[in-house]
Design a protein around this ligand. Structure first.
Ligand code: MN
Length: 417
């Protein structure tokens, strides 16, 4: 397949720096847009680190979804070593060749891929944004989404979690088809009808990229805007399929390709403060888990409430609960495992801890805690067998004196020794 591409990225008219990064590598071939976010220089670093990680992984023959996961790893690693970069993230929309007539798009976030075919523009990717999810659920109209105050909140990005779900889209392409990748700086400023009109009118991919960015800036340029235009010039005959190469590389070229530097990014002469939407977005990424829980769905709450364990009491029995003590928003803990331990066997201190919900966290943590309780109880019964009098008297005394449960097993173990 023969592709010809052009790209342009611009800070816009409001931001002080460009946190987008683009990649145009005709040798790969590999094309990508990344829209970074984060305090200080975090956004810039995130998008650049992700693009580097993507490029290296593709050069090593990884399929595009794995390459985007590698890019995610790279962003997380970079952030881990630097307080100023913690919480940074980035979107990623990347295109590789997958077959003689096929392109493959890998996608995370709210940057987009479009295809222009026979003069009609079609959006390929789904935005991973709060408003787009609400639109898909039928709770917002597209028109409401376009002006929604929270439209900049992304629900999926690189740099947030060790696992990232990558959407994949296979595009069957023909000569004269055109693929457009763009950051949300374009789509929040320019309507799709206008993008389509310009994409039909401008034959040269580089000039189209510049024209689209200019249009975003003319409309206000509130965000960084990046556009990559990939023109399909020629497709291969079907017989040109090389299954080995496809299997080995997941559609990407197996040979390492030199990285082409991103096009020059003009810098504005004046420094301006971050505008509110970007701040909302930055904060949104930092608190993404919380936002998902509160805003997106009760399913998120359920997951949160149900993903942890603790040790508690059910009547007179010690049990492992799944959930959060007291429950969260109606999601009550349920008994995951009953133990053969009873409240009566526990020391007062252990009993108090267990009654309040002990060893909160993972299941293995709860299990370790129960094992320790068992060991304590076992030590106690040994004591009872060998020194019945001492232990019984001790227990009786304490029970009478305090009107409480037996004393701690540690006390009794000491007595035994
Ligand atoms: Mn953006």
């Amino acid at each position: 397949m023969r592709l010809v591409a052009g790209a342009f990225s611009h800070t816009g008219r409001v931001r002080s720096n460009n946190e987008d990064s683009v990649l145009v590598d005709d040798e790969g071939p590999l094309y990508a847009v990344a829209d970074g976010m984060g305090g200080h220089r975090g956004g810039e670093v995130a998008s650049r680190t992700a693009i580097e990680g993507l490029r290296a992984a593709i050069a090593n023959g990884r399929p595009v979804n794995e390459a985007i996961s590698k890019a995610n790893d790279a962003v997380l690693e970079r952030a881990a070593g630097d307080d100023e970069l913690s919480g940074m993230g980035t979107t990623m929309t990347a295109v590789v060749v997958a077959g003689p007539r096929q392109l493959l798009v890998g996608h995370v976030g709210d940057s987009r891929a479009y295809v222009l075919h026979d003069g009609a523009l079609r959006r390929v990717t789904e935005d991973h944004s709060l408003v787009e999810e609400l639109v898909r659920e039928g709770r917002l109209t597209q028109e409401q989404a376009e002006v929604h105050p929270q439209r900049a909140i992304v629900t999926r990005a690189l740099g947030v979690d060790a696992d990232v779900e990558v959407d994949l889209y296979t595009l069957e392409v023909a000569p004269r088809d055109r693929v457009i990748l763009c950051s949300d700086g374009l789509t929040t400023m320019v309507r799709e009808n206008d993008i389509e009109r310009m994409a039909r009118a401008e034959a040269d991919p580089q000039r189209l990229a510049e024209t689209l960015v200019d249009a975003a800036n003319t409309a206000g340029g509130e965000d960084n805007t990046s556009v990559v235009v990939i023109d399909v010039v020629e497709v291969d005959a079907e017989s040109a399929i090389d299954p080995d190469r496809l299997a080995a590389s997941g559609g990407a070229a197996a040979a390492p390709a030199p990285m082409r530097p991103a096009p020059d990014v003009p810098r504005p002469a004046i420094e301006m403060r971050d505008s509110w939407p970007r701040r909302i977005r930055n904060v949104a990424l930092l608190f993404l888990p919380l936002i998902l829980i509160l805003g997106a769905a009760f399913a998120g709450v359920a997951w949160y409430a149900r993903s942890s364990y603790y040790v508690g009491l059910a009547g007179d029995h010690v049990v492992v609960y799944k959930g959060i003590p007291g429950g969260v928003l109606g999601w009550n803990p349920t008994i995951d495992e009953r133990t053969n331990l009873t409240a009566r066997q526990l020391t007062q201190a252990d009993h108090d801890q267990v009654a309040a919900g002990a060893a909160r966290g993972s299941r293995s943590r709860a299990e370790r805690y129960v094992a320790n309780l068992r060991a304590d109880v076992a030590a106690t019964s040994t004591t009872t067998t060998t020194r019945p009098t001492t232990t019984t008297r001790h227990r009786t005394t304490t029970t009478v004196a305090n009107g409480r449960r037996p004393p701690t097993s540690r006390t009794r173990a000491t007595t035994a020794r």
